[in-house]
Design a protein around this ligand. Structure first.
Ligand SMILES: Cc1cc2nc3c(=O)[nH]c(=O)nc-3n(C[C@H](O)[C@H](O)[C@H](O)COP(=O)(O)OP(=O)(O)OC[C@H]3O[C@@H](n4cnc5c(N)ncnc54)[C@H](O)[C@@H]3O)c2cc1C
Length: 336
């Protein structure tokens, strides 16, 4: 077993996105002290920096585990609202459906303020929409973790408690197994290369960051087909509004596509007319780490080193991060 002088377990977390950082914080809270994050890139150069940061379960499986992780994450985000540097805000969130909903939203038990929307509720909130387009929907008040504030906040919190953050890339776990009792694999989509995981795939996203000129509500439109490449949404953050987007399964392209930009503006302006001529601050594109199921499990690499895998969070990295990190910490405690 790899122990330090004061008999604590040596832990290396691979990855410094939202998953690696929240695992670092939760492992510290669970009592582990000798922890380093080793990462090929650091914020602001991770997929987690591209995200809108909205709490909303999207493009991640399996739903029964997502619900539990999302509940834990929702509560932790609400607690963090009191810490201004954490960059957490609340938004009035509308999910508009192209059909009549027969049930409540499957995630409704995770939030505190929720109600189903009838077509007349939708038309009174969005009077410009044509009748019949969105016969139902859901309303909730949900948190947003603004990545450009939240990731630096988590890095600082982790380092202030003695955590180390190093830049480096490993090609095989064996490269660091001799110096770590535990490796936590939070490498996102890049786990495909690291562990040869055929179940991982990219879901390309592209967004516009526009100046927020007073918008306080956020909107998601559910596509009529789950295979649609369009993912129309707006996320009202403290200084900007995220306008999205696309969800292109199997597409590895990370450059900005101009036709997609005009499509996003047209689709967002349809539900939020103030965004018809947005003041564009930035364009971003990134690859969601899609997987048939989020991989969160422990694997014994050798008699002296275990790996906990925590990757494949799809479009929900900010929606499940604290729940997953708590489970990682609980698995780590079984090694003590
Ligand atoms: C356009 C877009 C919008 C999104 N919006 C939202 C949203 O509103 N809400 C939400 O919940 N989710 C959203 N997501 C999804 C979210 O961004 C991801 O689920 C999340 O970022 C995954 O985080 P991660 O920490 O697992 O991976 P990453 O952020 O990709 O971090 C992986 C880290 O591992 C490092 N690494 C990789 N390989 C190695 C190696 N071999 N050795 C060392 N280090 C390595 C990388 O350098 C990186 O630091 C969005 C995604 C996109 C693309």
């Amino acid at each position: 077993m790899v122990l330090t002088e004061n008999n604590t377990m040596k832990i290396t977390i691979l990855g410094c996105g939202i998953s690696g950082l929240s695992c670092g914080v939760k492992l510290q809270e669970a009592g582990f002290t000798d922890i380093r994050i080793l990462s090929r890139t650091l914020p602001p150069h991770t997929t987690s920096d591209v995200a809108g940061g909205l709490w909303f379960p999207y493009k991640a499986e399996p739903i029964h585990r997502i619900l539990g992780w999302s509940k834990v994450t929702f509560q932790e985000m609400i607690r963090l609202r009191g810490t201004s540097e954490a960059g957490i805000t609340m938004t009035r969130f509308f999910q508009l459906l192209p059909h009549l909903a027969s049930n409540d939203a499957w995630w409704s038990s995770a939030v505190e303020v929720y109600r189903p929307l009838s077509e007349s509720d939708i038309l009174s909130e969005f009077p410009q929409l044509p009748k019949g387009q969105f016969p139902s929907g859901f309303y909730a008040e949900v948190p947003i973790a603004e990545p450009h504030k939240h990731l630096p906040y988590l890095m600082k919190r982790f380092q202030e408690r003695g955590g180390r953050i190093e830049v480096g890339e490993i090609e095989r776990f064996e490269d660091i197994a001799g110096t770590s009792r535990l490796i936590v694999n939070c490498t996102g989509l890049e786990a495909k290369k690291l562990v040869g995981d055929a179940a991982l795939f990219p879901i390309r996203g592209q967004i516009i960051v526009a100046k927020n000129t007073g918008i306080s509500r956020s909107i998601t439109i559910e596509s009529a087909s789950e295979h649609s490449e369009y993912a129309t949404y707006t996320i009202a953050r403290s200084e900007d509004v995220i306008m999205g987007g696309v969800a292109m399964t199997g597409n590895w392209e990370t450059s900005i596509d101009e036709a997609t930009v005009s499509g996003i503006i047209a689709r967002c302006a349809h539900v939020e007319p103030e965004l018809s001529a947005p003041i564009i601050l930035q364009h971003k594109a990134g690859l969601r780490p899609g997987r048939t199921e989020i991989r969160l499990e422990m694997e014994q690499l050798s008699t002296t080193c275990a790996v906990i895998h925590n990757y494949g969070h799809g479009g929900s990295g900010y929606t499940v991060n604290w729940g997953c990190a708590e489970e990682v910490a609980a698995l780590a405690q079984t090694l003590m």
